[in-house]
Write a protein that binds this ligand. Structure first.
Ligand code: FES
Length: 184
């Protein structure tokens, strides 16, 4: 009848147990798959379901930016997550032409997104990855980038420079940034 009575299990009992174990294994596999799928779906669907607009960020007083100069500024990304740490920072080049006329550039190359560097001596931005070069005004000078640098919206408020940013600009989704320069 069964193992408790000291007799070997019958064919029917063994089949029932095997069926239960199979069912239980499939149930565990299903639960594990659902548990793994939830964060992955959240990663891909989160930005679509809960889009957040770029925000105005205070870059500091105008006196921090001498006329006819370009300098790198890094600030906390307003769209950062609670656990982002250092990756929650975003950098931008601030070019003060004169008075309240500025250009604010993303540091990301419009080719594949590598960080570009500003070279004051040559008045050029250069990308270390594939040799992309941009003029001082952000326009494309040479190399594989298809466009000029991304340029962020900005305004002057109570003698402070405010810049609108948050999303990483890409050609498909530049967010509030636009592509800059004569040769864009
Ligand atoms: S990523 Fe800058 S040239 Fe390719």
């Amino acid at each position: 009848m069964n193992s408790q009575s000291g007799e070997p299990p019958t064919m029917e009992t063994a089949t029932t147990r095997r069926g239960f174990m199979e069912w239980f294994s499939w149930a565990l596999l299903g639960l594990g798959s659902v548990a793994m799928a939830i964060p992955i779906l959240g990663f891909f669907l989160g930005p679509i379901l809960k889009p957040r607009a770029d925000e105005w960020v205070d870059f500091g007083p105008l006196t921090d930016f001498p006329q006819n100069s370009t300098r790198l500024v890094d600030v906390l990304n307003p769209l950062r997550g609670a656990n982002d740490g250092m990756t929650g920072k975003v950098a931008a080049y601030v070019r003060r032409i004169e008075g309240e006329t500025f250009q604010i550039f993303s540091t990301h190359c419009t080719h594949l997104g590598c960080p570009v560097s500003w070279f004051k001596e040559s008045g050029l931005y250069m990308c270390p990855c594939h040799g992309g070069v941009y003029y001082e005004d952000g326009g494309h000078a040479s190399g594989p980038p298809p466009r000029g640098l991304y340029e962020f919206e900005h305004r002057v408020e109570k003698d402070r420079l405010m810049v609108k940013l948050g999303h990483l600009p890409t050609l498909q989704d530049p967010g509030s940034a636009h592509v800059s320069g004569k040769n864009s």
